[in-house]
Design a protein around this ligand. Structure first.
Ligand code: GZL
Length: 349
């Protein structure tokens, strides 16, 4: 792919024309007096090494252990040894910051932009500009609501299927326990509002839950995928609802579940295989496997963060002039307290 002319020229040209202008003025009719010129010094834009593919990566932030594993995967994939100059931007859990960063990367004329959008909305204009500037954008992990023609492809998980699989496991477990006809009260800890991971998981869960007349939602509240908010939200739920109302806690990521477990412990509520509350979460972190081995966590639906290699492959294909598929789903499984021990040694995050 032809490297874009770095913005160095953007800075030299005005400075050069300024001096030309001054020279013209001084050379055109103005007596040859000593003109006081103030040299305009601007820092030049980074001159990109032609031998590297410059990739700007706009990450959500550091909201969870899953996110840290995801970030580290990019940092270890987009290396100089692999032919990349990586510009990594931490979105600091702020969508406006992410969008501004994307505009800045366009201004720096990077070769590619990878975006993991905190929330789906707000990306239309900056994606239009990237397209107009000829900078391919890869949307990775979470999705955007913008028209898919505005970006090269989306890489990530089928979040709705993750939610469906979690509820299907609950259905099979309750049948095994001869509780298939029991009234079941479910608490849901939702991820960040507007995030495609939360939207998809909630959609899948609600589709399955609504198919069971004897299941009902006690409450479904946002805890932003963080452990601290998972604990605080669960503490409040335990104050607002009777322990007997809650048969199941489904958390849309492991970190919120870890926080909810602390809240249940403090409230003297038992959970897990031998407890009163069934525990189901998403991500399948190593720590989740340890808790599944102990029977405290009963299910973690895998959501694989190690997807930087898929973005690397897409960029290599685009560099070779190949077309790329618009959607790239990540392979994922459902892990339970029953199979955790046979998989924990293979886990990489
Ligand atoms: C899912 C990812 C979610 C994880 C959370 O692909 O976007 O964000 O489930 C993370 O742990 O914070």
């Amino acid at each position: 792919m032809k490297r874009k002319t770095p913005d160095t020229f953007r800075y030299i040209l005005p400075v050069f024309s300024l001096f030309c202008g001054l020279f013209c003025v001084s050379g055109c009719g103005t007596p040859q007096t000593e003109m006081q010129t103030k040299e305009l010094i601007r820092s030049a834009a980074p001159a990109y090494d032609e031998n590297f593919v410059t990739v700007g990566f706009v990450q959500t932030g550091k909201e969870s252990d899953w996110r840290d594993a995801n970030t580290n995967d990019y940092l270890h994939t987009f290396t100089e040894a692999n032919g990349y100059n990586l510009l990594y931007i931490d979105g600091n859990s702020n969508s406006d910051r992410q969008i501004k960063a994307a505009y800045d990367l366009i201004a720096q004329k990077v070769d590619y932009i990878i975006i993991d959008p905190i929330v789906e909305d707000g990306w239309e204009d900056v994606l239009k500009l990237a397209k107009a500037e000829g900078i391919p954008v890869i949307i990775a992990d979470r999705g955007v609501s913008a028209d898919p023609s505005l970006y090269a492809c989306w890489i990530g998980s089928d979040f709705k299927t993750e939610g469906i699989n979690a509820a299907k496991w609950l259905d099979s477990y309750l049948e095994q326990q001869n509780r298939g006809n029991e009234d079941i009260g479910i608490v849901i800890l939702e991820g960040t509002e507007g995030a495609s991971a939360a939207i998809g998981r909630t959609e899948g869960l609600m589709e399955e839950i609504s198919a069971h007349d004897n299941w009902h939602i006690v409450t479904s509240q946002c805890a932003n995928f963080t452990q601290g908010e998972g604990k605080n939200v669960m503490e409040q739920i335990l104050k607002d609802y009777a322990d007997s109302d809650i048969d199941v806690v489904i958390s849309e990521n492991d970190n919120m579940m870890f926080g909810a477990m602390k809240a249940m412990e403090h409230a003297g509520i038992s959970y897990g295989v031998d407890g009163d509350v069934i525990t189901i979460s998403f991500d399948a972190l190593y720590e989740a496997f340890e808790l599944m081995q102990e029977g405290k966590l009963m299910v973690s639906v895998e959501c694989n963060p190690l997807i930087a290699g898929l973005s690397h492959q897409v960029i290599q294909d685009l560099e070779a002039g190949k077309s790329v598929a618009p959607i790239h789903y990540v392979e994922e499984s459902v892990f339970t307290y029953e199979n955790a021990s046979s998989h924990i040694s293979d886990r990489k995050y």
